[in-house]
Write a protein that binds this ligand. Sequence first.
Ligand code: HEC
Ligand code: HEC
Ligand code: HEC
Ligand code: HEC
Length: 260
Amino acid sequence: MELLRSRRPARAAGPVPALPALCAGLALLVVLVVAPAALQAQAAEAAGAPAAPAPAAPGHKPLREYRDPAPPVPTDPQAYRGDPGTPALAVVPRKQHLALYPCSQCHKVLPLNTTPRKLVAAPHAAALPHGQGRMWCLDCHVGTDRDWLHTLRDPKVDFDDAHLVCASCHSARHRDWSFGAHGKRVAGWQPGEREVYSCTHCHDPHNPTIAPRKPSKPPPLRAGLDPMPTVPHAVPRPWQRAQGGHPASQGPSHVQAQQP
Ligand code: HEC
Ligand code: HEC
Ligand code: HEC
Ligand code: HEC
């Protein structure tokens, strides 16, 4: 405020006389302050003494003093439970559709064999086309407790939550699914009534490619009615008529042909 008030009379006097005065003042400053300082510094350098460091601006911190914040204390890896911000959804359960569930009815007496091999004596499909040879059953199924699935992080995932298993490798597709851009909903979109099919409703986890299908025939239209009479094309075509004239060999237009 003090500064503003003291400046006001100078402005009232007009900017034109103030400008030369300012220039003269600056020149004087250079001559009186900057030049002797430079001379002094030169002299000091010549004498071998280090130049006095420039006074740091208040609050200034040299770049090299900035350190990364302390690393976070390591915790147990968190199991994936869905993408942040996912609208609430319920997944249609799968277990009642599994003919061989609970698996423990046979596997509690079968020894665990972790070697990837062609299954011969099993009631299961022998081939595993998913991943083209880069996977084995126990990458998804728990070997020691066959009634459960697992992911890299989750030691046990229920068969009704199989989408979490898929998410561990197909995270982008799972995100699309959880926000509604992939898969299929059964009920409404609103939170509370959002119910969606799990991945395994549509994809066989052991052979997930959805086989191409032939499109079905179109439904019959105008059922029970006589077929439309076929009408010959208009010759000459409207644009030929607009250009004026047409080859005589093309015959009359259908408008003429329709007339009795
Ligand atoms: C009717 C009996 C039976 C049921 C029920 C059954 N399995 Fe099996 N399973 C077998 C037999 C037998 C083998 C060994 C086949 C071989 O070695 O050729 C086998 C092998 C396997 C293997 C190969 C790895 C290993 O340990 O040998 C996996 C994985 C597997 N079963 C998963 C399951 C899952 C998951 C379920 C439940 C959804 C299930 N099974 C239910 C009989 C069964
Ligand atoms: C990519 C992960 C994955 C791999 C690899 C995998 N499975 Fe599965 N499996 C699943 C999932 C998920 C289900 C549940 C399917 C459903 O909901 O329909 C399942 C279901 C089953 C079932 C029950 C099927 C039924 O209809 O009762 C059997 C048996 C089974 N798997 C055996 C195997 C065997 C044997 C292998 C190795 C040859 C294997 N799985 C490899 C994920 C996998
Ligand atoms: C351990 C990692 C892993 C898991 C778990 C997994 N997948 Fe896959 N999936 C793969 C790999 C690897 C491929 C092959 C990609 C390729 O060949 O380019 C693949 C391919 C696919 C494909 C594409 C097949 C095609 O037509 O090319 C589908 C669909 C698929 N997976 C669905 C699923 C579903 C559904 C589940 C959960 C039951 C699942 N995946 C779990 C690794 C995984
Ligand atoms: C309502 C049925 C349905 C559901 C549910 C569904 N998918 Fe799909 N998915 C499809 C169809 C149809 C395609 C396209 C056909 C294809 O490419 O094989 C597809 C394609 C894919 C592909 C790409 C295949 C490719 O060739 O690029 C992947 C990976 C996949 N789905 C993974 C998943 C996963 C993971 C889930 C669960 C989180 C899921 N899907 C749920 C029907 C479904």
